[in-house]
Design a protein around this ligand. Structure first.
Ligand code: 5AD
Length: 421
């Protein structure tokens, strides 16, 4: 196994990471989901109780009975667990669950500006849960030549890599069983070396070993292939449309067409994938109106999670000289997206951290964001996934990154869990 996690002790089996002051008495839970008790079943829907609150989750994978305990993620039941395990985790959660809600609600009161207003709307509509997903970047080969992207096919200066099917399954197993992720994004360039057989082997191989919400981010592949991967158990698709402005789109994505991309996203939605999509901020020629249209287009696609971020100019691309958008513009976009979509999940991307290492995650979460991703790509490949420069956390141990994310969430009263719909 390529990874290692430094501190491993029985308490961590309950997913705990200890914190420094000021909240040293509280354990930060590395669970990304709270176990819920099934209190009702109706066709494909399970009604799941969390500390007295009932949420719905689609049950595609299990024969469930009332009274059983499950983990849900993204609105799907993804793991069933024993009563004793559930109770142990719930005991650790109980005090923290209500305490975090209080901290979050206090921080959201008396909003004074656009971002604080967006934060209050997030708190009222979405509560304090914050999905934390892992991401494995399994190949940096790409047949596309997007002008903004460091792994574009004409960049001959980068070292290319592909993880084998077994390496991907192992990395996912580690992320799910050791790091406790319940949702994993599998991302690559648009790399047809991974044909139907390989992609099916990856999805089935991961799910056979460790159930999870698997989210595919593999680019514009055939709808029929996506359909088969859905049948194999993948449930999320991450595919940004990049910009809603067709002229900008065709300039930046040679030989590609915005309508085709949008149609594919719609087909993925029809297959019933959870849809994660969005755009880039700071593209040449993009106006504020374009960004508002981008937010509207994200919404009109029936998006479950907004994923947008600043363009970070890559030195080996034709956009190397384009100015990077400011952190303020990016935060305002999060705030506008939240105000226009009170019920969305909005990802605070790692590209934001590139423009403001110290504060981006915190500021993004306090401007309407409620979702994060942690890079769990094996260390030897991580740096090679060079879509943009100065990506954060490249030299950190994954356990350190997770601990700092959880500490941040704890400090602003967010629970690192996805309670579902
Ligand atoms: N800066 C920021 N994001 C980028 N992406 C590609 N290149 C860059 C860059 N230079 C984003 C695109 C793509 C996602 C995988 O990464 O939006 O959809």
């Amino acid at each position: 196994m390529a990874h290692s996690i430094r501190s491993h002790n029985p308490a961590q089996e309950l997913c705990g990471v200890s914190l420094n002051a000021p909240m040293a008495h509280i354990k930060v839970l590395m669970c990304y989901a709270i176990p819920g008790r099934v209190v009702g079943l109706e066709d494909r829907i399970a009604f799941v109780d969390y500390f007295g609150e009932t949420k719905k989750a689609r049950n595609d994978f299990f024969q469930l009975s009332i009274g059983e305990y499950v983990y849900a993620q993204g609105g799907f039941v993804i793991q069933r667990i024993s009563e004793s395990e559930a109770k142990a985790v719930l005991n650790t959660w109980e005090e923290l669950f209500f305490k975090l809600k209080e901290i979050d609600s206090d921080l959201a009161q008396n909003p004074k500006d656009l971002r604080q207003k967006a934060n209050l709307i997030r708190q009222k509509h979405q509560g304090n849960s914050c999905c934390v997903h892992g991401i494995i970047e399994f190949s940096n080969h790409c047949r596309c030549d997007c002008l903004y992207c460091g792994i574009r096919s004409s960049n001959t200066a980068i070292e290319r890599y592909r993880m084998t099917v077994e390496e991907i399954i192992d990395a996912a197993y580690f992320a799910i069983s050791e790091l406790k992720f319940k949702a994993l994004v599998l991302q690559s360039g648009e790399d047809t070396w991974y044909d139907e057989d390989k992609l099916l082997a990856i999805v089935q191989g991961i799910l056979r070993k460790s159930p999870a919400l698997l989210i595919l981010s593999i680019g514009e592949r055939e709808a029929g292939l996506y359909e088969k991967l859905y049948q194999a158990g993948a449930r999320g698709a991450l595919l940004r449309f990049e910009t809603s402005n067709p002229d900008i789109y065709s300039k930046l994505r040679p030989a590609h067409n915005l309508d085709e991309r949008i149609n594919l996203i719609k087909k993925l939605r029809d297959i019933e994938y959870l849809i994660m999509t969005g755009f880039l901020i700071g593209l040449p020629g993009q106006t504020q109106d374009d960004i508002l249209s981008d937010i509207q287009m994200t919404n009109s696609l029936g998006t479950d999670m907004f994923s947008f971020g600043p363009l970070i100019p890559h030195p080996q691309t034709p956009l190397s000289g384009v100015p990077c958008p400011s952190i303020d513009d990016t935060l305002d976009t999060i705030a506008r997206a939240r105000i226009m979509n009170p019920d969305a999940r909005i990802l605070v991307t790692t590209s934001m951290e590139t423009i403001d290492k110290e504060n981006a995650l915190r500021s993004g979460l306090l401007s309407g964001g409620n979702s994060l991703m942690v890079d769990v790509t094996p260390a030897k490949y991580k740096k090679l996934y060079d879509i943009y420069p100065n990506r954060p956390g490249m030299d950190a141990e994954v356990s350190e990154t997770i601990a700092s994310v959880l500490k941040l969430l704890n400090s602003i009263g967010r629970a690192p869990v996805d309670l579902g719909l």
